[in-house]
Unconditional design. Sequence first.
Lengths: 280, 328
Amino acid sequence: MKRLLRDRRGAFGFLVLLVVVVCALAAPLVTNGDPVGQHDIVATRFIPPLSSDPHGVFHPLGTDRFGRDVWTRLVYGARISMGVGVLAVLISLAVGVVVGALAGFWRGPVSLALLGLTDFALAVPRVVLLLLLAALWQPSTTLVVTVLGLTGWMGIARLVHGEVRSLAARPFVEGAVAVGARRLRILARHILPNALTPVIVAAALGIGNAIILEGGLSYLGLGVQAPTPSWGNMIASGGDTLVNAPWVATAPGVALVLVVIACTQLGDALRDVLDPNLRR
Amino acid sequence: MLARFGHRLLAGIAVVLGVVTLTFFLLHLAPGDPSDIMLGPAATAEQRADQRTALGLDRPLPAQFATWLSRFARGDWGNSIAKGRPVRGLLAAAWRHTAWLIALSLLLSYLIGLAIGAVQAARSGSRLDTLLSVSTVTLFAMPGYWLGLMLVLLFTYWARVLPAFGIAGLDSDYLQGAGWVIDRLRHLALPLATLTLVGIGGAARFVRGGMLETLSQPFITTAYAKGLKPRRVVSHHALRNALTPVVTMLGLSLPALFSGAVFVEAVFAWPGVGRVLVEAVRARDYPVVMAATAISAVLVVAGNMIADVLAAWVDPRVRGAQGGSAPS
């Protein structure tokens, strides 16, 4: 952890994510506005950033076309966007680790079938699948999380498979077998913990990717549904009012890009810190 | 080599078949069907049933699938349920638009990305390297749909120099020769720039990594020891060797590029496959969705295979190797 923070990229990524997560969790404390309510729309809509509306309420990032405070929506949207990203990656992790570990540890038909499934899923154009799944059922936040999670596990499965296979051939595993440990225990206690490094890195990168895709789906109207704010649907609705109020689309985009950069930087730093071979 | 290619071809066909089957059953098992959308909420149960019979939707699913598959394989892709037009014509036009966008942005982003990555690796650790790294990481993190909006804001609303949407101006039918080409190029500029900028981020990062790894190898030291100029070592010795993973990456980035294009097309109202697909899925336009999915699967699989062949062409070592794997 100390080494991670000493790495400039790690410190940056960690700091940005910390700020965003704290803001998201403490949303009612960092803003006293209402993210979805619409009051006195005509007087309060399209207020530019850093100014006050006729009621004397200050809007640091301005208001959108319904007079809602962009900063408030940004903070509440962070809950949704970050939540969707993290949960989707957790689903991907669970599926990917199980599939990869099984395929790597039990050779034979099971392994072949699982690897075939992985390669197949990898070759399916992800957005096509996302569009199908998201458009065919009633769009909702839960659906977005599930769909993103279930279409993002293949890379992790491949990583875990490779790691497990090479680890299973190591002497310490032979030792564990010789001591008489059960296979499942060997896999869970001896092999998997050693295989986790690239998985953690992939997860960090995956969160950024999932947030971008959530935004894309919401942009097409297939993701998180209005009035619940997510960065994606904020960008989408801000895109409609680009002429009157460019800040509405700009703010969530900047937040999104910052978070994604933070994820990639943290991932890169983690890889270097966790893997002694890659340390420069 | 040939045997390996044959093997890949078979695997590719299996993947396409799998995707098509999956799509078909997902599509038909999901709630809602085209007859609901065509007839509206006021239709009686009887009208619905008639419509379903007319569309052939009342038959068992496997039978429907078999019919679709055999017709599709013979080139009869049916008519769009929502638009009544033949699916082939609909998709042919859309594919042309998408292919232009994707091919040009792939070419541009890799050329520029290669140059940036090579410069960075040659000057590794310098201020320029840091500056370029910050830029590429930022570009890489940008979602196309947002970058597109920002470019529209800059170039359409503020600078007022480029059109924000569509593939051609309203007067394009009356334009000829150079005027027509310029009109098309002006409309292409923003979507292409969006996709390319995002692509450059990924390509440059990847090239830089590969180049640094190559530059640390013994044969580079040898080249320097022979007294070759650093510029020549980078361009003739390192770049060529760092190219293999880049070429593989090129093929593998095709699906991602297609994904990006779907969103960018939505931003710029670009009449490509992404838009056709989004509209068709919403309208439960089964024939269009099926054909579009099948073609995109074929493209993705073909992209991977082309990458494989190109990799073998660039790197003699891969030619003999069994099942070369993609860089992780």
